[in-house]
Design a protein around this ligand. Sequence first.
Ligand code: PMP
Length: 397
Amino acid sequence: MRDPTSFLGEEYRQLVKDDLDWRLRVLQGPSAPWCEIDGKRVLMFCSNNYLGLSNHPKMKEAAHRAIDTHGVGSGSVRPIAGTMDLHMELERRLARFKHAEASLVYQTGFATNAGLIPQLAGEGDLIISDELNHGSIIDGVRLSRAERAVYRHADADDLERVLANAEEHVPAYRRILVITDGVFSMDGDIAPLDRISAAAAKHGAMVYVDDAHGEGVLGPGGRGIVAHFGLARDRVHVEMGTFSKAWGVVGGHISGSTDLVKFAYNKSRTWLLSGSHPPPVAAACLAAIDVLESEPEHVERLWTHTRRFKKEMRDLGFDIGKSETPITPVIVGESGRAQKLSLRLFELGVFALPIVYPMVAKDKARIRTIMNAALTPEDVTTAIAAFEKAGRELSLI
Ligand code: PMP
């Protein structure tokens, strides 16, 4: 009899052969500028902890306090017995921070996209998506019964073309939803949300932006992409984000109208059917909002390091793509080269992971670096020197 699970090992070994398997690195302490990883002290150069908040003393203290006052678990899903005062306070504070009528917090960003998108558009509707949108958006779209269309990456003219075609559709679509990442996670470029939202408004479409990599990074005080472009609230109907990146904790969220939030929590299956955040998580997220509002220096330092790193890497001759943000890809071609560069950097004391197919095209494998405000200028010098040495050894520059 054939082993019904034989495909597991076969497929895994094929991934290894193609250099496409994930080789997990293990942090033996907090995610900090200098980390202990697999027994080696290295510079962290690829975490989403943009502002270094995941180990911030005020946030740790808030989490400790919440454990003492509220315990370690919420006991239920939000709609039954799992809504605590901390969850409600977090949503009020987030809405204020985003200058929105209301906000809603989900367990993760993935749960937000997977839970909400299929409710916003269904049978008889159309979802129009940027071709490079994040996988959680793609999965959210797949869960919807709506028809789908894709426009060329960050191309508002192509979106306009798709919207104009959609108007000709018989029978007319009930609703049209345009979805885009704010900052694209693999390339670090920014969606032209001003032009996207103008095109959508012209055709009466809703706009949903996933600002996972724009929050804490773009706009005044790190308020995100909607603030960055100074867009009116009625131009962007769902501003989605996650506490797992610049905020340093975990948890997805949306901001928009009160109607959006009430609709979302009554309909999103991920929100309704999955346990709510433990109290220390909600408390740490609340404290993160305090930190962002009271300590603007983190965002400023992030940009100072980012500008310098990009300039010096470009001057060295690296292909760093079109990034405009603290995500700087170092594009090297096929996956094996990216794996080699990452391994050599690790030996030289810099932790920056390769990103390979299927996360990016097969010939666009890269090391994706992410700048961190908690690094010192000397740390950035150390990292650039390691890239230069490894890059020359591997004939990349
Ligand atoms: N959207 C984007 C653009 C992301 O990069 C990510 C995280 N990789 C998510 C959503 C999912 O967020 P979370 O980690 O909170 O599930």
